[in-house]
Design a protein around this ligand. Sequence first.
Ligand code: NAP
Length: 239
Amino acid sequence: MKIALVTGGSRGIGRAICEELHKRGYYVLINYVSNDAAAADCLQVIEGQGELLKFDVGNPGAVKEALAQWQKAHPDDYIEVLVNNAGIRKDNLLIWLEPDEWRKVIDTNLNSWYYTTRAVLQPMLVHKYGRVVNVASLSGIKGLPGQTNYSAAKGGLIAATKALAQEVARKNVTVNAVAPGFIKTDMVDGLDEAALKKDIPAARFGNPEEVAAVVGFLASREASYVTGEVISINGGLYT
Ligand code: NAP
């Protein structure tokens, strides 16, 4: 049984990634934090070929406990694909950005990467095979006004991707990132799509499936010589 863990797998881009990995023959561990109904629906869509793992990726104790418990219950299995996708945004201009808005975004989008990746990396190294795919953002490459917290988190994620890729390449573990532009999910609710798409050469927002297809490739055996890369998925919205 090939096993993948998708953080924030219950909705949006994460959900499309769960479906893509299911199509590619993976048993998918669907992480989420609060929306039980969406998570249950996602599990149904992948025909029950997975399980729900509810924990807050930004809470180190919760991540450690959930993943240790899962490993204990499945001593002969290991997570060979990790997709660090869970993320939130709390936009504000820096002069008004509250400490909690800074901390929560860094915890959920960046510190989470350290907690989850560190928890599943060792078995990948022991088995000499693994794929880590991190969902970054255009904001982490270009920096976007009103998103200093989010840009810092995603920029940090990109740098961590490049550093870890070099640490583990000899063990056939690849570490890559995708950097989506504007993708139609709950996260972009409230944005002025009509105005924003004028700047996008493709003249539209992307769909979660268009991100999932690239993640599916990076998570595949075929992508064995691709590591430390950041692939933009933004309809030509160059940085
Ligand atoms: P979304 O529709 O808001 O979904 C977010 C997912 O993350 C949900 O499954 C949610 O679980 C989960 N989540 C949130 N906080 C969590 C936590 N603390 N612990 C565990 N799970 C948590 O977001 P999305 O648009 O699909 O975004 C997915 C990723 O893509 C994020 O990292 C985001 O930054 C990145 N991204 C998105 C866009 C875009 O335009 N949409 C662009 C660039 C990058 P619940 O259902 O339980 O809340």
